[in-house]
Design a protein around this ligand. Structure first.
Ligand code: SF4
Length: 336
């Protein structure tokens, strides 16, 4: 299996008036072709910053400090200013023109809020035309609209609605449009950032089902960013749990849900309601994530962890192989 994406020791920081906050801290992971990786964790754990880094779209005052992001491209990309040869490409070494060619066509990003991501002054069709013509100015409007209609229909939206404006669509339909815009250039890697957050559970289930079908149809590799573990249980092949910008645990989905290794993963799972156990008391994680400008020594989770030992307050746990076929960063493991 080809590795579509390799992230190596990535560090992303935000400079604030109080100091530097490290939002992504030495994250390394690999994503094979056709796989879906779920990225989960509390708000502020760095999952969206990590996702945006993959397109070099970290918002100011954030900055990718070091590391590498390698994307595998399966064909040459040629445009009037040059060619990007197929094979492994370092995203961080691409110039603005090259990035423009990669964004949308090789890596696409579905942003969290469809209402603010769509331009209220443009029809849905115009959004599709602009995206396609930005990558290929020779595409005529009519041709781009035909492709838009095809994509919209595959998402259950009538073709004639290309002439409508964003405010004429419901929340679920707008989210489908965003997914369509992400797919119209047939990217290899799709990053979906909380794609169903603002939707009710029925529409959420429909959209997740459609995304699973589209993944097969378009041969997609996906990163799904969410705080909703239930969504990942249904859709992801592997799940990475992030805490304070670091990987706490990474494991195949079934193993992670059945046998979580990291105390933080376990606590997150305990806090998910279970409809089959209506009497079960919901657990909660005491305290709050630490201040990233002044993080605690040792394991970042130690102030909230019921298993914290002396070493946890002094030494950061390394990420090691876990018994469930994944990786875990916790002093409870790997010590003789
Ligand atoms: Fe808890 Fe220590 Fe493991 Fe951190 S390293 S999760 S504090 S047991």
């Amino acid at each position: 299996m080809v590795d579509v994406l390799r992230i190596k020791d990535l560090i992303v920081e935000y400079t604030t008036q109080r100091g530097t906050a490290r939002a992504v801290d030495r994250v390394s992971l690999t994503l094979g072709e056709n796989r879906t990786l779920g990225l989960a964790g509390e708000s502020g754990c760095g999952k969206s910053t990590l996702g945006r880094s993959l397109m070099k779209l970290v918002p100011y005052p954030g900055k990718i400090v070091s590391g590498d992001i390698i994307l595998n491209i399966d064909h040459d990309i040629t445009w009037k200013k040059g060619t990007i040869k197929k094979g492994d490409v370092s995203i961080l070494e691409l110039n603005d023109d090259q990035l423009r060619m990669i964004r949308g066509s090789e890596i696409a990003y579905i942003f969290q809020d469809p209402m603010t991501s769509l331009n209220p002054m443009l029809s849905i069709g115009k959004h599709f035309i602009q995206i396609q013509q930005a990558h290929d100015p020779t595409i005529e409007d009519e041709q781009a609209l035909e492709r838009a209609k095809e994509v919209l229909e595959s998402l259950g939206i009538l073709a004639e609605r290309v002439d409508d404006y964003p405010h004429q669509f419901s929340g679920g339909m707008r989210q489908r449009v965003m997914i369509g815009l992400g797919l119209v250039l047939r990217p290899r890697l799709l990053i979906a950032d909380e794609p169903t957050t603002s939707l009710d559970v029925i529409v959420e289930a429909q959209i997740l089902e459609e995304m699973a079908e589209l993944k097969e149809k378009f041969n997609l590799t996906m990163i799904l960013i969410t705080h909703n573990l239930g969504v990942l249980a249904q859709t992801a092949d592997d799940v990475a749990i992030m805490y304070t910008g670091r990987l706490a645990e990474l494991a195949p989905t079934e193993a992670l849900f059945e046998n979580p290794q990291h105390p933080y993963t376990e606590a997150l799972l305990q806090s998910v309601p279970d409809v089959t156990k209506p009497d079960k008391k919901l657990a909660w994680i005491p305290g709050a994530p630490p201040d990233l400008v002044n993080p605690p020594d040792g394991c970042m989770f130690n102030p909230r962890c019921p298993f914290a030992m002396d070493i946890c307050k002094q030494e950061e746990p390394p990420l090691i192989q876990s018994d469930t076929g994944g990786l875990v960063a916790c002093h409870l493991y790997g010590r003789s």
